[in-house]
Design a protein around this ligand. Sequence first.
Ligand code: DX5
Ligand code: ZN
Length: 215
Amino acid sequence: MIAPSILSADFANLARDVAAVRGADWLHVDVMDNHFVPNLTLGAPVVASIKKATDIPLDCHLMIEDPARWAPEYAEIGAKNVTFHAEASDDPLAVARDIRAAGAGAGLAIKPGTPLEPYLEVLRGFDTVLVMSVEPGFGGQKFIPEVLDKVRTLRAVKDRGELTVLIEIDGGINMDTIEAAAEAGVDCFVAGSAVYGAADPAQAVEALRQAALIA
Ligand code: DX5
Ligand code: ZN
């Protein structure tokens, strides 16, 4: 699956830029609060408008403090999947339950420096896990290959039938990095600058998909 990140879109032309990634599996929407990360993007009212503008399922990535307070609202708006950060929550399972009760899948994101092992148990209560391959906050950064060890561990646990989460990767995914991520076992690839920096974003989505399939 390919999930273009609209962080690299033109925020004054969101409907146009969402339409430009026809064929994408999910649309990745980065919500930043300038507290959990040093950047500010958009919130629930804008996500509600995007939801009306597209049939592509919305994958909301909340880079915010206090997800227990804010995350369920994105599920109520109709997001397909709502991901929040492990580092921002002291009870991730409770937040996941609230997201699911509000009708979305629940995702747990982990920053590059955050170990996976403490979360393997709680991931049983989640639908997706988002392995960050850059420090969250900005698009266009360089892929950190070391995080692929976490992907390999997740893939092995999944192959043993002990977890069913969809494995997502986010940050620095492009034609040079997607094959290594696919080989490590990623199911869903988020790509911002590699899609919206291309002359034809829909074609970039298809090229990334093909590269992941070959790997
Ligand atoms: C970064 C965001 C990413 C970002 C990825 O904090 O979570 O979704 O848009 O952008 P690229 O693909 O350019 O690294
Ligand atoms: Zn993201």
